[in-house]
Design a binder for this molecule. Structure first.
Ligand SMILES: [Mg+2]
Length: 228
């Protein structure tokens, strides 16, 4: 039977978080903190990101601001404008990265689009996300695309309401327990977890167990063929 598939973009269709991790590594090398390990620096950056995401959202420009704030807090030397520009540059370089589909994604999307209804659902800065979709060449397989500030229960309810998709035949597919799987299950939808080993720490959460919807776990995107 025809199903309705809502599919995540970053780290489900293409690499994304690795570029943020590379920027973070460069940041740590530049900061040269005398006592904090990279994990310690990460903990402080996570705090800053969590607080700022509520008001500013996500994306590379916000990440640049967060890195600068982290630098101001942790630098053990005078904070110069030029240094803040260097820090900003680590984040803005993310915007120049290629958007290459992960292995098997393009063929699998083509297959899925021939049998089911697909919607792309991503959070972040609208123009940045749109640019990535365009560069990936994958937008053609989706009948609907939505870019939101936060993927929470309310945004899932709103999306399926707008599309008129019945919950029992609607699935969310993605790599993030926090943004893809748990809120979709809470909204009464089904979900397919496609883990990505480099998922951003702030997107990790235990998977929700109870609820009316089904939860499937696959090892890679191409395995969706065996479900749909
Ligand atoms: Mg994702």
């Amino acid at each position: 039977m025809r199903q309705h598939l809502i599919i995540d973009a970053d780290d489900t269709l293409w690499e994304n978080n690795i570029f943020f991790e590379e920027a973070f590594d460069d940041f740590c090398a530049f900061l040269e903190h005398s006592s904090l390990t990279p994990e310690g620096v990460r903990g402080i950056l996570d705090e800053i990101e969590l607080a700022n995401a509520r008001t500013h959202g996500y994306g590379s420009l916000n990440f640049a601001r967060n890195l600068q704030q982290c630098y101001r807090r942790l630098a053990e030397r005078e904070v110069l404008d030029g240094d803040l520009e260097v820090v900003k540059g680590f984040a803005l370089r993310i915007l120049e990265q290629p958007v290459d589909p992960l292995p098997g994604v393009a063929e699998t999307l083509e297959y899925l689009a021939s049998r089911h209804d697909l919607a792309l659902f991503t959070k972040g800065h609208p123009e940045e996300q749109k640019l990535k979709i365009d560069r990936s060449g994958l937008g053609v397989w989706f009948g609907h695309t939505a870019i939101v500030k936060e993927k929470d229960v309310a945004s899932y309810r709103s999306l399926v309401g707008q599309l008129g998709w019945p919950a029992e035949r609607t699935w969310m597919v993605g790599n993030s327990p926090k943004s893809d799987i748990n809120p979709a299950l809470e909204a009464g939808l089904n979900a397919v977890f496609v883990p990505h080993e480099r998922t951003w720490t702030l997107e990790r959460q235990p998977l929700r167990e109870e609820g009316p919807g089904r939860l499937e776990v696959v090892r890679e995107f191409a395995a969706l063929r065996s479900l749909f």
